[in-house]
Design a binder for this molecule. Structure first.
Ligand code: NAD
Length: 418
């Protein structure tokens, strides 16, 4: 596979690679490699100046064998049919890795939201919700936020759906504001699963988390929460970064103080208690016990991977390591906790949000966190058991093996239907 592989082709080759370890027929594997359906639609809305503009939008429902389709909606100029298909497939395997009863979906609108007013974005979001209405629903397909969408867009989609259906159905979408049926603990969930998975990996490898050194790339929602929680567990966060660059302190940074500095100045750089400033590449190649990439896709490519000195990587971001870099890290025995497990806290607490919406009974933050911990620990156990039993060295392949087997089991147990 090349570094610039089409994301849909990357997904398909990951499925082939993992399926080779399983006793699954090629005909069944073929079924697992393609979406069940993809909506491609054109949304025409009125702009504030009275003119009309057309936007292309997609929703892919990849596989529903284990439950309703689940996955976010992103707004980005580079959204494409193949990207949405691939992202929906990864959601299938993420949900199966942590064993929550969902299939996978993903959607997007080809738009740069910064170029439009709030009123225009509301009209666009409601137009998309109207198109999606026949295919989504609390038991059918449950969207969520993704790149450039958040609680505001989720609330618009929920309101449009409920108005057109003449009902209340908060579980039609997750990632909502607390007052609109959101869940406690959702904002912290991705950072939390990233560090819980790291804690399990350290235990598996016989390494101490207490006093371990940690570097975090990206100081947004996922990265900052991961830094704060791992610091609370007794590790030493020696470096963090954002798009402005990295700050470094060999004796450890105070993650909360760095966050306050970033809130005040817009960047982690310039933090007064840092010993030094580094580039993002220098941060990624620091000699630390744990590296948490929590920024963008493809942050670690094949060349950079040769210089990585961390013992464990916990992937908070989606796809931060290119396929070729994965090969290099496997040769150097870096233990990589794959994104479909490490950052699955986000979709897991979205699942809790949906459960609470269906029951109209809301949990405490403590209960959310306890249930999340139970799920992540269980998923990590399944991963290491599979590595041991099947002689698989690479945790990513093992995660896909676990996930694909679960999807195949659900499909086969359901019986044949034309
Ligand atoms: P965010 O927008 O809150 O934060 C992203 C951070 O990355 C920012 O601090 C930004 O400055 C930094 N960044 C951007 N470019 C960078 C670069 N070149 N080098 C270093 N830092 C850079 O986003 P987030 O919600 O924290 O998401 C981060 C990653 O985690 C994404 O890959 C996302 O898909 C993944 N993820 C997030 C969630 C979630 O619930 N938030 C769930 C699953 C996966």
């Amino acid at each position: 596979m090349t570094e610039s592989a089409n994301p849909f082709e990357s997904l398909q080759s990951q499925i082939d690679e993992a399926a080779a370890h399983l006793d699954v027929g090629q005909d069944v594997v073929e079924r697992l490699k393609h979406p069940e359906r993809v909506l491609e639609t054109n949304l025409t809305i009125e702009l504030d100046d009275g003119s009309l503009e057309r936007f292309k939008a997609f929703r892919s429902q990849f596989n529903g064998d284990r439950g309703p389709y689940k996955g976010g909606i992103r707004y980005h100029p580079e959204v494409s049919r193949d990207e949405v298909k691939a992202l929906s497939g990864w959601m299938v395997y993420k949900c199966a890795t942590v064993d929550i009863p969902y299939g996978g979906g993903k959607g997007g609108i080809v738009v740069d939201p910064r170029a439009y007013s709030d009123a225009e974005l509301e009209r666009l979001t409601r137009a998309f919700a109207k198109e999606l209405r026949p295919m989504i629903g609390e038991d059918r397909d449950i969207p969520a936020p993704d790149v450039n969408t958040g609680q505001r867009e989720m609330n618009w989609i929920k309101d449009t759906y409920e108005t057109l259906e003449n009902t209340t159905a908060p579980g039609v979408i997750t990632g909502k504001h607390l007052e609109s049926g959101g869940s406690e603990g959702r904002v912290e969930a991705t950072g939390r699963s990233t560090v819980l998975a790291a804690r399990e990996a350290f235990e598996h490898l016989g390494k101490e988390l207490e006093g371990a050194t940690v570097a975090v790339q990206g100081y947004g929602n996922a990265g900052w929460i991961a830094a704060k929680l791992i610091d609370e567990m007794g590790s030493s966060v020696v470096a963090v970064s954002d798009s402005s660059g990295a700050v470094f302190a060999p004796d450890g940074l105070d993650p909360v103080a760095v966050k306050t500095h970033k809130n005040e100045t817009g960047a982690v750089t310039g933090y007064p208690d840092a010993a030094d400033e580094l580039t993002n590449e220098e941060l990624l190649t620091l000699d630390v016990d744990l590296l948490i990439p929590a920024a963008l896709e493809n942050a670690i490519d094949e060349d950079l991977a040769r210089d990585v000195r961390a013992d464990v990587i916990s992937e908070a971001a989606n796809g931060p390591i290119t396929p070729a870099a994965d090969g290099v890290l496997a040769e150097t025995d870096v233990f990589v906790i794959p994104d479909i497990l490490a950052n699955a806290g986000g979709v897991t607490v979205s699942y809790f949000e949906w459960v609470q919406n269906r029951q109209r009974f809301y949990w405490t933050e403590r209960k959310v966190n306890e249930e999340l911990e139970r799920i992540i620990v269980g998923a990590f156990d399944a991963l290491t058991t599979t590595m041991d039993e099947r002689g698989i060295d690479d945790p990513r392949t093992a995660a896909y093996v676990v996930a694909i087997q679960r999807v195949v089991d659900a499909y086969e147990q359901a019986g044949a239907w034309p």
